[in-house]
Design a protein around this ligand. Structure first.
Ligand code: SF4
Length: 414
């Protein structure tokens, strides 16, 4: 693996220099650029949830944009985007995802400005999917109508549970009533809505999981994301772990979720994602297909392809540092090109999450490596019954989806 290189040590001091640096000959040979998406990070939340390892910073008592440095942050995002343009020049952007944090802390005018900056600077597809994340407790009907009018056309709501006791255990700022009210406001304004829910919560029974699921299904949204709660390093839950349901109970919950979502007409198309027909999350599909994404905002990650390399970037993480550095022309804290030895694993880490897998040609098209680079690993995974691979498709079997980590690890190089 090629180590992460602080930007300063690459000698790249201006965007144009950076671009020419990444255009130099390299180990890979990509036939074309993969589809491009844009990710925008908004790093503030009202409170830090004890399970959360995202780059989110608590603004205690925050109710809206007055409590965060909105104007300064929007200035920094625009500066960051302007500095990034040489790296994606002329490439159409198919999807935008405004995530966090809690983007619904932004004012209607602030969101309008952000979208207009994006449209001014990037060639956004006419039918681009533009998703925004929102959390109950920050919903205000008029503001959400404005978000829609500004061009947001998909909403992803962090519900997590409808059960007050579990929401309190998760440290969320909302209760079940607010979760329901938020979905009502969302559905009044948007026809494409995702609900994020978690299961295997502290003290949760199978019946309580079923109740959460039935409540979520009753809203008939286009998309559901159902995540098992895991204890991530550097979180409060990792330090003071709550008692979670055991593995067998978590499996039972997963089986219940798969059965009920299928009955209700959702397709389980990715490890944690369930969609109505043709309502898959296009932005996330681009990640899973190893597409490109420019990531702007505090701590945002990006992946960009060039004819002979795949570049990964990370912006400065702390909001204050990010804003200062972006305004000084240095939003990127670290970047490195992904070595040829690491690309197969990075590709498979994403592609194997998809129930249908990916066309085999995607491997060459998006890594610049011939498929025979991984023929030994493909054959070994097939022999174990974890994978179906032919010249047309690379696809996990049902067993492979259940033991996804084992399958993905088979593509790790020595
Ligand atoms: S609301 Fe979401 S992003 Fe914010 S702290 Fe909680 S889990 Fe993290």
């Amino acid at each position: 693996m090629i180590p992460i290189v602080p930007l300063a040590s690459t000698g790249a001091s201006a965007p144009a220099d950076t671009k020419s640096l990444w255009l130099q000959p390299g180990q890979l040979s990509l036939p074309a650029s993969p589809p491009l998406s844009l990710y925008v990070h908004v790093p503030w939340c009202v409170r830090k949830c004890p399970y959360c390892d995202f780059n989110s910073h608590a603004v205690p008592g925050a109710a809206d944009s007055h409590d965060i440095p909105e104007d300064a942050y929007l200035d920094a995002l625009r500066a960051d985007l302007e500095q990034s343009l040489p790296l994606v020049w002329g490439r159409p952007v198919h999807t935008v995802f405004i995530g966090g944090g809690t983007p619904s802390l932004l004012s209607a005018a602030g969101m309008d400005r952000l979208l207009s900056d994006i449209r001014t600077l990037l060639p956004l597809d006419a039918d681009a999917e533009i998703t925004m994340e929102a959390n109950p407790g920050t919903f205000e009907a008029e503001r959400f109508a404005s978000y829609r009018a500004s061009g947001i056309n998909r909403l992803s709501i962090g519900i997590q549970s409808f059960n007050d006791r579990h929401l309190a255990a998760l440290g969320r700022i909302h209760g079940g009533g607010e979760a329901r009210a938020a979905i009502g406001i969302a559905l009044d304004n948007f026809d494409n809505v995702n609900l994020d829910l978690m299961y295997a919560l502290p003290g949760q029974t199978l019946e309580e999981c079923a109740q959460d699921l039935e409540t979520a299904l009753s809203f008939n949204t286009t998309h559901l994301s159902l995540y098992q709660l895991t204890l991530e390093p550097n979180t409060l839950f990792a330090k003071f772990p709550p008692a979670l349901p055991d593995d067998d109970s978590a499996y039972e919950m997963q089986d219940l979720i798969e059965a009920r979502t299928a009955q209700a007409g959702y397709r389980h198309y990715e490890t944690s994602a369930y969609a109505r027909p043709h309502r898959e999350a296009r932005h996330n599909l681009n990640y899973w297909r190893f597409g490109d994404y420019l990531g702007i905002g505090a701590g945002a990650h990006g992946k960009l392809s060039f004819p002979h390399r795949v570049l990964r970037q990370m912006r400065h993480k702390h909001p204050a540092t990010y804003m200062a550095q972006a305004m000084a022309g240095n939003a990127v804290q670290e970047q490195h090109d992904v070595g040829a030895a690491d690309l197969p694993f990075e590709f498979m880490l994403n592609a194997l999450r998809l129930t249908d897998g990916v066309p085999a040609s995607t491997f060459f098209n998006h890594t610049g490596l011939p498929l025979h680079t991984i023929s030994r690993e493909l054959a070994a995974a097939e022999k174990k019954g974890l994978l179906e691979a032919d010249l047309a498709t690379i696809k996990p079997t049902e067993l492979g989806r259940r033991f996804l980590n084992d399958l993905q690890e088979m593509f790790l190089k020595g």
